[in-house]
Design a protein around this ligand. Structure first.
Ligand SMILES: [Zn+2]
Ligand SMILES: [Zn+2]
Length: 208
């Protein structure tokens, strides 16, 4: 199910939930060390970091990465769907759909300039967090890595910008900790949990 919803939500910039899961576990385990798949500490610019992330991500997708079993454990895997959503036919169909949407709904020509962001939304979102939230912003917790909260009220990254909080409490579904740090996605997580679409673990709703 999470593969299908990822396919719809990410469209042309689909990333495999399985491979991203492995990648993200590696990031938490080795944050800001040389084994971190993406750290601004070891790359000179954001594009070099994205290139390294892509290389490691691709090797996980292809099953070539030498990754410890504990990073793969319990992650859902659906290779057939990954191959389908990752194909050029599907990616270009999504791109054509976005263009058609703009042709119908865009009210000014300059709005079309936003289209490239839609095409590569997944990597753009990832890079913004992985680069800027490990470089700029404030810290609530003095953790060992360089994670920071980008904005006191994170509306643009939908809560993921509270990255320092997330590194401190990585199992928690609510990324906000201070009164002003509203996580816009958290109410939806609670709703989906109540509707039994997802099942939150105890740690996800704990306040400590
Ligand atoms: Zn991080
Ligand atoms: Zn995380």
């Amino acid at each position: 199910m999470n593969f299908i919803f990822s396919g719809i939500a990410q469209g042309s910039s689909y990333l495999s939930p399985y491979a991203y899961g492995v990648l993200h576990r590696l990031h938490h385990a080795y944050a800001d060390t040389e084994l971190d798949p993406h750290s601004p500490k070891y790359q000179s610019n954001i594009f070099a970091m994205m290139a390294r992330t892509k290389r490691i991500y691709t090797s996980i997708v292809q099953g070539k990465a030498d990754v410890d079993e504990r990073f793969k454990k319990d992650l859902p895997k659906w290779t057939t769907f990954d191959n389908f959503a990752d194909s050029w036919a599907v990616r270009l169909s999504w791109a054509a759909f976005y263009i058609a949407f703009y042709v119908v709904f865009a009210t000014h020509w300059w709005l079309f300039l936003l289209l490239p962001i839609h095409f590569i939304m997944g990597p753009v979102h990832g890079a913004v967090i992985n680069w800027f939230a490990h470089k700029y912003g404030y810290r609530n917790f003095n953790v060992e890595d360089t994670s920071r909260n980008i904005m006191p009220v994170d509306i643009f990254m939908l809560g993921e910008g509270y990255h320092n909080n997330h590194h401190k409490h990585s199992g928690r579904a609510n990324f906000g900790t201070k009164w002003h740090e509203f996580d816009p996605v958290y109410p939806f997580i609670l709703l989906f949990n109540a509707l039994h679409i997802i099942r939150l673990r105890k740690v996800a709703t704990s306040e400590v």
